[in-house]
Design a protein around this ligand. Structure first.
Ligand SMILES: NC(=O)c1ccc[n+]([C@@H]2O[C@H](COP(=O)([O-])OP(=O)(O)OC[C@H]3O[C@@H](n4cnc5c(N)ncnc54)[C@H](OP(=O)(O)O)[C@@H]3O)[C@@H](O)[C@H]2O)c1
Length: 279
């Protein structure tokens, strides 16, 4: 059975494709880049049928930043149903319950198209501070993390742990209709994130507290549309009130392995960056 990985150049999709490759599973990397096994563009439904041919299970990363992901992905879901796809594993978010607007609506609709839908709802990624992300850019450029999270806490997760759960879900080891919230092993405030990055990198990193309106203006300054900037800044506000201040056992329950800590993730990731630069 072929596993189709969308978002295969991205943070979770690339890790998932590698993991399945290592397990000897048949993987098809879909995307717009020349490195993909098959071309898939959400904006071009003529690419969907070929990508889905012979596929039994799909890892679905919706178009990033879309305020209407359900509408953008609908033609693909129709093609998946027509191709007889059995499972879709959607990358959702802990901040977006199934059924709520945006990604939540997409998650709720999956059952109309495939018999075995699963929605993974990870919390914030540890890689936001090391990879291609505004926080990582800000840490590298200015030695600071800018947020409106106040003293709110987040159980940051290693995207490799999300990939490990997704691999199990694609293989049918997560029940149909499940929507597990995936977290790391403990919660951290952004002050603690900054302190950990300072220790690991040896360069000072501090947390600059701003209010929601200022954060939205900062996001817009980096080119985000106003509506999406407001949405992201609003997420910080809910973190400040404790919305992410919990851990779950889902990663351990599904994979049999404990999730990796933020410190272990950034030590490995930033150590690797240093090695590459000095090589
Ligand atoms: N970061 C966090 O803390 C966090 C927390 C919870 C949930 N999430 C969820 O994670 C999602 C992002 O997942 P990720 O980090 O694994 O991916 P990512 O690194 O943001 O990469 C996005 C992927 O989508 C692909 N893509 C973009 N536009 C496309 C198009 N028109 N057609 C086909 N493919 C397209 C990109 O491929 P190309 O090579 O073609 O550009 C890329 O592979 C977010 O949207 C959010 O919902 C993130």
């Amino acid at each position: 059975m072929t596993f189709l990985i969308t978002g295969s150049t991205g943070t979770t999709g690339s890790r998932l494709a590698r993991l399945l490759d290592d397990q000897g599973a048949p993987v098809r990397r879909a995307g717009r880049s020349t490195g993909a096994d098959v071309r898939l563009d959400w904006a071009d439904p003529t690419t969907h049928a070929d990508a889905l041919s012979g596929v039994r299970a799909v890892y679905l990363v919706a178009p990033p930043g879309a305020t209407d992901p359900e509408a953008r992905v609908l033609p693909f879901l129709e093609a998946a149903r027509d191709a007889g796809v059995e499972r879709i594993v959607l990358l959702g978010s802990s901040a977006v319950p199934v059924g709520s607007p945006g990604l939540g609506t997409l998650g709720a609709r999956l059952a109309s198209f495939v018999p075995h839908p699963v929605v993974l709802r990870p919390t914030w990624f540890s890689s936001n501070f090391t990879g291609h992300h505004p926080h990582a850019d800000s840490v590298r450029r200015d030695g600071e993390i800018v947020s409106a999270t106040g003293q709110g806490r987040i159980p940051f997760i290693d995207p490799g742990d999300i990939a490990a759960v997704a691999a199990k879900a694609l293989q049918g080891e997560v029940p149909a209709g499940a929507d597990p919230v995936l977290t790391g092993p403990r919660t951290l405030s952004f002050d603690e994130v900054a302190a950990t990055l300072t220790e690991v990198t040896g360069r000072p990193v501090h947390h600059r507290h701003v209010d929601v309106a200022e954060l939205s203006r900062i996001h817009q300054g980096f080119g985000l549309p106003e509506g999406f900037a407001d949405l992201l800044a609003g997420m910080d506000a809910s973190i400040a009130t404790g919305s992410e201040d919990r851990t779950t056992t889902a990663v351990q329950d599904i994979t049999g392995e404990a999730p990796r800590s933020f410190r272990a993730f950034v030590t490995a990731a930033l150590g690797a960056e240093t090695d590459t630069r000095s090589a």
